[in-house]
Design a protein. Sequence first.
Length: 361
Amino acid sequence: MQVRSPPRLLHPNLFKQQIRVFYFEKYRINILFVYLESYYTLFMKNVFFLFCTISYILCLFSCKNQPAYSLHQKSEKYIEEVVLLLKTNSVNKNKIDWDVFKNEVLQFAQGSQSVEDTYPAIYFAIKKLGDNHSYFAPAVETEDPDNEKPLPVLTDETVPEGIGYIRFPFCIGNEEQTQQYISSITDKLATQNTKNRKGWIVDLRNNFGGNMWPMLAAAGPFLSNGVQGYFITPDNKTTRWEYKDGKALSDTIMLAQNHHVISLHIKNPKIAVLIDNKTASSGEAMAVVFKGLPNVRFFGEKTYGVSTGCNSFTLSDGSRINLATSVFADRNKNKYGESITPDLACSSEAALYNAIKWIEN
């Protein structure tokens, strides 16, 4: 009979040591699991962040040209029509970021449910062009009230004997009224056209514009036949301002005519041109006409600063945009587009005195 040995008992100290090893190993495993869990959590957070970032970028690209605007399709189409017109023809078309421009106009038009609702946005767009000359005339206002107004009357200044004085006021009205404008200036020139004239004062103060072609035709006695200035577009296309035997021409198209042309008795006289901050638009065009002529000097204040040519465009709803499409240039092709500076800067009131002094000396 085999006698089995009793179970081997560990020494108490060895048993405690084994327990410690077990717990130590368990602790190491727990640390490993904690470490792996932390790493996994961090990794997943980074993946999630990367996913969100990529999604955001893709969203930006997909929505770049598709901002969420709440307006009727007709309204949006009308604004696109206007923006295209401005982008194609504006004198400042090469200075504008048109994507940004269009988005800002569409944003302004949010909520528009009809073409008429977009009109405030069109006014906003015209202002954003920055030329200070263009304007928008809604369809309900397309009738020209200027045709019903009488020609403006400004008081002529008194000057010393021996000096001629001609005021060129602004010119508005129908063909009959513009012909009256030319005749009025021609009559005053003829009355003062004597052999003892030391010089002439051409007064463009308070001439805020209108139709430049009757002004050019009336100014003929001070000019020689030929090119008197230009319109120049941003693409450097030019349109000539010409004077020939009483006719004012845009390139070869006659736009006004003086039927009673006179010649000055004294050739190339001194001409003092008076300008102020109310000389604008076609008034500034007349200032440009006198630029580059011999014996001419300018007195007064800087002009208003809209020496740009405008064209009228009719929109699909019958509204009009009178749009600045070119800058003025003188006979030597010096471009303007902003204010014209006098040779002698002084107040509008002092301009006449200084002009007389220069002519008499």
